[in-house]
Design a protein around this ligand. Structure first.
Ligand code: NAD
Length: 246
């Protein structure tokens, strides 16, 4: 699949799934604006892309800020001439049962995981509409489809992303812009590092493919949705969980 000549913006590109997505898009020929909370955190992934002959740019931005999102989109367009593929990947977890969860933990997760995606979609809307081509891909989660004890904030944000995805698909469909969500299961990254052993064992037993996912498994789904071949797919949730939720 080739995305040569296109420009992508990936939030939370410094590590884990976002990093694999940025590297995958670069390999497919995209120039990639790599967003991290702090610019220096995206330096490694940018170096890896440019060392391989690709184009990349590190941008520091808190996704929870609309002004920062607008600034990042403007910088991407100034540097690469367009913004064709937006991947809203940045996310955090602050898990607690509701009785112990603080208002701050609720707000932090909703602001980063849900408002962050809205901010970047809003900032990307005008240039994509003008170009009459665009791909928006939001990183949801299987817990956004099923809920999870201890994750009222996270699951609500991930379910909210699905509503956002379907609504954007309806707003943008006639403009050549698709919007889809990818819902990973358990993927080996920093976010799942602290998973209790018995939960890990349970997942390994329940997932038909018998392993946890890799960031590259998720990146492959994002790349598919970003490609020309996915132009008739919009408003969908692609579950990438090794069959865990079957
Ligand atoms: P990670 O913790 O390894 O990486 C998250 C990235 O988001 C980091 O680069 C971090 O710096 C960035 N980030 C966090 N807050 C930010 C902010 N305010 N502004 C800018 N950047 C910010 O996580 P991951 O496992 O790679 O997860 C990536 C996405 O996939 C997240 O949205 C996560 O919710 C989702 N997801 C992960 C899993 C999993 O099992 N790992 C499962 C389902 C969904």
């Amino acid at each position: 699949m080739s995305l040569t000549g296109k420009a992508a913006l990936v939030t939370g590109a410094s590590r884990g799934i976002g990093r694999a997505i940025a590297l995958g898009l670069a390999e497919a020929g995209c120039a990639v604006a790599c967003i991290a909370s702090r610019k220096e955190n995206a330096a490694d992934v940018v170096s890896e892309i440019t060392a391989g002959g690709g184009k990349a740019l590190a941008i520091g931005a808190d996704v929870g800020s609309l002004a920062a999102a607008e600034e990042a989109v403007s910088r991407c367009i100034a540097e690469f001439g367009s913004l064709d593929v937006l991947v809203n990947n940045a996310g955090i977890a602050r898990d607690q049962l509701i009785l112990r969860m603080t208002e701050e933990e609720w707000d932090q997760v909703i602001t980063t995981n849900l408002k962050g995606a809205w901010n970047f979609a809003k900032a990307a809307a005008k240039p994509m509409m003008k170009a009459r081509w665009g791909r928006i891909i939001n990183l949801s989660s299987i817990v956004g489809l099923s809920g999870q004890a201890g994750q009222t904030n996270y699951a609500a944000a991930k379910a909210g992303l699905i509503g956002l995805t379907m609504s954007l698909a309806k707003e943008f469909g006639s403009r050549g812009i698709t919007c889809n969500a990818v819902a990973p299961g358990f993927i080996e990254t920093d976010m799942t590092q602290g998973l209790p052993n018995e939960m890990r064992e349970q997942i390994l037993k329940s997932a038909p493919v018998g392993r946890l996912g890799t960031p590259e498994d998720v990146a492959a789904a994002v790349l598919f949705l970003a490609g020309e071949g996915a132009s008739y797919i919009t408003g969908q949730v692609l579950v990438v969980d090794g069959g865990l939720t079957l």
